[in-house]
Design a protein around this ligand. Structure first.
Ligand code: EPU
Length: 437
């Protein structure tokens, strides 16, 4: 497991100049890799997955799998082969679960495969309350008994296994959809998940499960139907499975390119997954060309103040992703006009605004979910401490457009979601150094 040191990035700001250029290649998606790693627990035998990003959250998930009894053999770059024993453990590693909210994804496959699972209340970023009620009521619908005690949760399936059922999500949830879909794959009978989330990572997971023999229809729509195997594990897929590209890394780099690069090419991505952002940036005036699996910012010589502002309301896919809200706000501080920013998904995801105001941004906080951002304003380099993955990335974007130097500390958050961020930035011309804080 990667050691977590308190490290910072020292970044030399560009002061609004567009000096960067080059090509950035997108890694596999964190939020697709995590459920895929959990899904290996449903398989009997070996499975190889490639394009797994080398980030803190996937490293933690690999340790979690090993602690459940899975043998992991590294292959070529970003590739691992997983050998699943016929009997796996039933306890999710406490330390990892407490630090990584997404660990709850593992509860579904463990429950389905082993008949019970024990885990502490999952921790994670400070972006909001993040309850797990939807997971628990979904498990109950599949026949599991849910016990909550001081240490966390114990879920127990009926003796003959989980039972297919109709379950309607009273709120759309990405990981709850993924987790219940995985639990239902080995249940007896048919499960219909209503008001399911439609994010591309869910489709990626369903494609993988289907390659292993699962019978799933409707992924990518709000009604997913799963015909359970009646307790039989899935089979090893014939091919190596490739994790889809990370749409949030794609969008983050696109924003950096729009603000700081004359020419930037982003490769190995799926532009369809960030259409809301490409559309807004193009409407704003950013010279952006969209190809099938690449994005191109070309001859971006006009000052950022010539771009026009746009309002953001975060929304489930294909709406504006909450994970791109913070980097997009930095864009809005640099362009002309007033933008309304409405964060609808998580109540803690505008906390970072104070630090951006401290850099010089003109932002009016309306309530915990809403703010007005007026631009353009010049930002000054500062010492900043990342509060979570995405706000941390936004601080890096702010440091890049600012005048003077910035230190972005608490890099362990950014490292949870972005592989080798400083190497990538350096490759397009950023003066950046990782230092011990
Ligand atoms: N919710 C409940 N009860 C539940 C589960 C969710 O009320 O049992 C609420 C949440 O509090 C939130 C809303 O439902 O208000 C939607 O959250 P969702 O469950 O969809 O979020 P998630 O599945 O926990 C995933 C991503 C997040 C991303 C969100 C929204 C993974 C591992 N995480 O989280 O990614 O922000 O969907 O798209 O897929 C990140 O990568 O930085 C990150 C936080």
């Amino acid at each position: 497991m990667t050691t977590i040191r308190n490290e910072a990035l020292h970044i030399q700001g560009l002061g609004g100049e567009k000096k960067l250029s080059g090509t950035l290649s997108i890694e596999g998606a964190k939020n697709a890799a995590l459920p895929l790693l959990a899904a290996t627990l449903l398989i009997d035998g070996d499975v190889t997955i490639t394009n797994i990003p080398s980030i803190l959250d996937t490293n933690r998930s690999l340790t979690l799998l090993e602690n459940l009894g899975v043998t992991i053999t590294p292959g070529k770059d970003h590739e691992y082969t997983f050998t699943i024993p016929s009997e796996c453990g039933t306890e999710l590693d406490e330390e990892i679960s407490k630090h990584m909210r997404a660990s709850i994804i593992f509860s579904g496959p463990v429950l389905a495969r082993s008949g019970s699972v024990r885990f502490p209340h999952p921790g994670g970023c400070v972006i909001g309350e993040r309850p797990i009620d939807l997971f628990l009521s979904g498990y109950e619908a599949l026949g599991a008994a849910v016990e909550k005690n001081d240490d966390g949760y114990v879920l127990t399936a009926p003796k003959d296994g989980l039972k297919g059922s109709n379950f309607f999500f009273i709120q759309q949830s990405v990981t709850a959809t993924e987790t219940l879909m995985m639990a239902a794959v080995m249940a007896h009978g048919t499960t219909v998940l209503g008001n399911a989330a439609v994010e591309p990572e869910i489709v990626d997971l369903a494609l993988f499960l289907k390659k292993c023999g699962a019978r799933i229809t409707g992924e990518g729509t709000h009604t997913i139907t799963i015909e359970g195997t009646g307790g039989v594990p899935l089979t090893s897929p014939e091919e190596v499975y490739t994790v889809m590209p990370d749409r949030i890394e794609t969008g983050s780099f696109l924003i950096i390119g729009a603000l700081c690069a004359q020419n930037l090419t982003i490769t190995n991505c799926n532009p369809e997954h960030v259409e809301i952002l490409t559309q807004l940036l193009q409407d704003s005036g950013v010279p952006l060309r969209v190809e099938k699996d690449s994005l191109h910012i070309e001859n971006n010589t006009v000052p950022n103040s010539d771009f026009s502002s746009f309002s953001i309301k975060t929304h489930e896919y294909p709406g504006f992703p909450t994970d791109l809200q913070a980097p997009a706000v930095i864009f809005l501080t640099q362009v002309t006009g007033e933008a309304k920013v409405f964060e609808t998904i998580f109540e803690g995801r505008l906390r970072y605004l104070d630090d951006i105001m401290y850099m010089g941004a003109d932002i009016e906080r309306l309530d915990i979910h809403r703010a007005l951002v007026r631009g353009p304003r010049e930002l000054e380099g500062r010492r900043l401490s990342s509060p979570d993955i995405r706000a941390g990335l936004a601080y890096i974007v702010a440091a890049l457009v600012a005048h003077g130097e910035s230190y972005v500390s608490n890099m362990m958050y950014v490292d949870r979601g972005y592989e080798n961020i400083e190497k990538k930035l350096e490759s397009i011309g950023v003066q950046v150094k990782r230092v011990t804080d």
